[in-house]
Design a protein around this ligand. Structure first.
Ligand code: NAD
Length: 440
């Protein structure tokens, strides 16, 4: 078997090309515009470490597309961050915002650093310097960062403060979302991505495609990643009566056939900084978690976890992509052929950017909505998104919408949910581009 290519740009290109096959009138001249990033910023700067040594930091901010509004996307701090990864994540943000109908374009940022080895002071200096270098890029109407892997409310507070100090005399709160509540953050933002996962799963299961699992209650769930998204997802699924049988972080996976006690797990993680070692649990690897016998598998950590080498071993009936890009195109094909349903990232984790948009609206109006208002709006957005993609998928399945190869006229197979979600998003961005009129 030839080795699978895991380059994030090649993967996003493959996903785009697959969706494009099903789109009827996409002008070929637009394709490159939709595929390419609008701008890529690569920045290096020196940082003084606590021991007075100096280190050079490499950072990225990519704006993929601005057709629907200012750039929107998280800031990821990770030693493996690459230009290709940040570009692919910025693209994903364009499609996600278009699919859930919020007036933002796609962007993403990355800082190559290992948060686990840095002090809070070093992190603050890196974040302030990076923000100052992006002063002409980010802004309440141009490009609005948010948290992602290994960044959090504190990181967003530093970004806001730096931008505000350097741009005094105006309301700068909407420059960044995912802020602490005290600084204009939205109630429910921290929980939004994990809660959004629950909402899309509920809605998806209500379509009765998987007769054995018609609701979240009673479902056996395995979650990879126990950071912001994984923790909230575990809590929300548990609250709805699901049994969380496995959880993992970068230290490994813990498993309990009869279900994990989340309060005990959270307490252990707080005390020890890792999951492995929680009493009365079995230790497994992250690879073993993916192949566990469960109903719902939620990857909520890093990319490429479900690939051509393990997709055929997956026993879950439904995969809910809380993480970005956790599944490769080769795995998509295997899962589809094996009847494993998958709610793709641009639907499953869109709750985060939805509530980021609500935060931005609240900041412009100098308002704070109550939690119920935020969650009702979030639920509506997530349900609408599942319904839109599901309806289109059904039309393709029953042949109401024809899908034939544009050159040979041969019928194309029915697409999976990722392809239907992507084709819907790509069409929206393409149509809006033409509707605005090509300038000049
Ligand atoms: P986080 O930094 O809070 O948590 C990341 C988790 O992943 C940690 O538990 C970490 O131990 C674990 N992890 C890291 N490397 C791992 C590995 N190799 N194997 C298994 N686990 C590993 O990050 P987060 O904000 O929870 O984001 C998780 C995923 O969700 C990312 O893919 C991110 O892009 C995506 N996402 C996050 C948001 C958000 O609002 N935070 C929104 C949309 C999508």
């Amino acid at each position: 078997m030839t080795e699978e290519i895991l380059d994030p740009l090649i993967i996003s290109e493959q996903q785009f090309d697959r969706a494009r096959q099903y789109i009827h009138h996409l002008q070929s001249g637009l394709v490159d515009f939709l595929k390419q990033p609008k701008r890529v910023h690569i920045i290096h700067f020196p940082i003084e470490m606590d021991d007075c040594s100096v280190r050079t930091i490499r950072c990225y901010r990519v704006i993929h597309n601005l057709v629907f509004g200012p750039g929107k996307g998280g800031m990821r701090y990770h030693p493996d961050v690459t230009e290709e990864e940040v570009i692919s994540l910025a693209k994903l943000m364009t499609w996600k915002c278009a699919l859930i109908n919020i007036p933002f374009g796609g962007a993403k940022g990355g800082v190559r650093c290992d948060v686990k080895t840095l002090s809070q002071n070093e992190l603050r200096r890196i974040t302030r310097r990076f923000t100052s270098e992006l002063l002409e890029v980010i802004g309440p109407y141009t490009d609005i960062p948010a948290p992602d892997m290994y960044t959090n409310e504190q990181t967003m507070a530093w970004i806001y403060d730096t931008y505000d100090v350097l741009n005094p005399g105006r309301n700068n709160r909407p420059v960044v979302t995912g802020k602490p509540i005290e600084l204009g953050g939205s109630l429910g933002r921290k929980e939004a991505t994990g809660l959004g996962c629950l909402y899309v799963t509920e809605r998806f299961l209500s379509k009765q495609l998987i007769p054995e699992i018609s609701e979240v209650a009673g479902a056996r769930v395995a979650i990879q990643g126990f950071g912001n998204v994984g923790q909230v997802a575990a809590q929300e699924f548990c609250r709805q009566g699901a049994k969380i049988v496995a959880l993992s972080d970068s230290s490994g996976c813990i498993f309990a056939e009869s279900g994990l006690n989340l309060d005990e797990v959270l307490q252990f993680k707080k005390e020890h900084g890792c999951l492995v070692g929680v009493p009365d649990t079995m230790t497994l690897t992250n690879e073993e978690l993916i192949e566990l016998d469960c109903d719902i598998l939620i990857p909520a950590a890093v990319s490429n976890q479900i690939h051509g080498g393990n997709a055929h071993k997956i026993k879950a009936r439904l995969i809910v992509e809380a993480a970005n890009n956790p599944t490769t195109p080769a795995a998509d094909e295997i899962l589809y052929n094996n009847g494993v349903y998958l709610i793709p990232d641009i639907i499953a984790n869109a709750g985060g950017v939805a509530v980021s948009y609500f935060e931005w609206v609240q900041n412009h109006a100098n308002e704070q909505w109550d939690l119920e208002t935020v969650n009702v709006k979030l639920k509506r957005k997530m349900y609408e998104c599942v319904d839109t993609v599901f309806k289109r998928w059904q039309r393709l399945v029953v042949g109401e919408e024809k899908c034939t190869d544009k050159i040979t006229g041969e019928p194309l197979g029915c697409p999976d949910f990722r392809t239907v979600a992507l084709m819907t998003a790509i069409e929206r961005v393409a149509n809006a581009t033409l509707m605005r009129g090509i300038w000049p």
